[in-house]
Design a protein around this ligand. Structure first.
Ligand code: SF4
Length: 232
C-alpha cells in the first residue's frame, strides 16, 4: 500500500470484497518500500498516516474480527524485524542465488551457487558479518530484551524505519548492492536525508503510543503474572 491507495485498500468496501465476497481467511498487507526500480520516497505512507493506518488495523481486528496484518504496523506480533535468519525469522535467496537478510535489504552477503562450489553451506551465509550485525541490532533493540527495555516496535524495520543503522552496517561489512538503486541508496544525499527524516518523525510521533499503549501495559502484565506466581 502506498500513500495514494492505503485508504482504499483498508476501506470497508474492499475489506467486504476481500473477506466476504472472495472468502479470504486472512490478509497480509505490505506498505510501499522505496527499494528496487525507481524508488520514490513520496509513495511511502507518511508518519501521520501510518498512525491512522495503525488505528484502522486495530479497528479491523478488534471490531470486524478479521485476521488482518499490516506489515509494519503489526511488527509487535513478530517481536520486531525477523530478517537475517533470526530465531523464528527468515532470510532470502533471489533468482540469481544472491543471499540477503530480507527481500527488502538489497545487499548480498554471498551467492548460493558460489558458496556451495567453495564447499560452504547456508550456515556460512548466516554467519556473514551483515547478518550478525543485524541480529545484534535486533537483540539490542528489543528481541532479546525484558518488557521494560523493548524498543519501539511501531518502527520495527531496519530498512525503512532505521535506515541509518542499515546503511552503517552495509558500509561497515562491505555487503554487495544487488542493483544500481541499492548502491545509490547508500550515497544519494536526497535519498539518505529523506529516509533519516522520515525515521525521526515516525519515531517522534509513535513513541507516545508505544510507551502508553504497549510498553506500560506489557510491564503491568509482567508484574501481574509475577505476583500471581508468588501468590501460588
Ligand atoms: S528488514 Fe524490514 S521488511 Fe525485512 S524482515 Fe525486517 S522489518 Fe521486515
Amino acid at each position: 500500500m502506498s500513500q495514494e491507495n492505503w485508504r482504499r485498500v483498508t476501506s470497508d468496501e474492499f475489506i467486504d470484497f476481500f473477506f466476504e465476497e472472495q472468502g479470504a481467511i486472512y490478509a497480509w498487507s505490505f506498505q510501499y518500500m522505496p527499494v528496487g526500480r525507481g524508488p520514490a520516497l513520496d509513495h511511502m505512507v507518511p508518519p501521520d498516516e501510518r498512525i491512522e493506518m495503525l488505528r484502522r488495523t486495530q479497528q479491523l481486528v478488534r471490531e470486524r474480527k478479521v485476521f488482518y496484518s499490516d506489515f509494519w504496523n503489526s511488527g509487535v506480533a513478530s517481536s520486531g524485524c525477523i530478517s537475517a535468519g533470526r530465531r523464528g525469522g527468515y532470510f532470502a535467496i533471489d533468482w540469481n542465488g544472491d543471499i540477503t537478510p530480507c527481500v527488502f535489504i538489497q545487499y548480498a552477503v554471498d551467492n548460493i551457487y558460489d558458496l556451495y562450489r567453495r564447499g560452504g553451506t547456508i550456515t556460512d551465509a548466516l554467519q556473514a558479518p551483515l547478518f550478525r550485525e543485524i541480529r545484534a541490532w535486533q537483540k539490542e533493540y528489543g528481541y532479546a530484551q525484558e518488557a521494560e527495555s523493548v524498543g519501539n516496535w511501531l518502527c520495527p524495520c531496519i530498512v525503512r524505519d532505521h535506515f541509518e543503522v542499515l546503511r552503517d552496517a552495509v558500509r561497515r561489512t562491505g555487503a554487495r548492492p544487488l542493483n544500481r538503486e541499492a548502491a545509490e541508496a547508500l550515497e544519494d544525499p536526497d535519498y539518505v536525508r529523506g529516509m533519516i527524516d522520515y525515521d525521526r518523525e515516525l519515531e517522534e510521533k509513535t513513541e507516545p503510543i508505544w510507551t502508553h499503549e504497549y510498553a506500560e501495559q506489557a510491564q503491568e502484565e509482567e508484574a501481574r503474572s509475577t505476583s500471581d506466581a508468588a501468590a501460588n
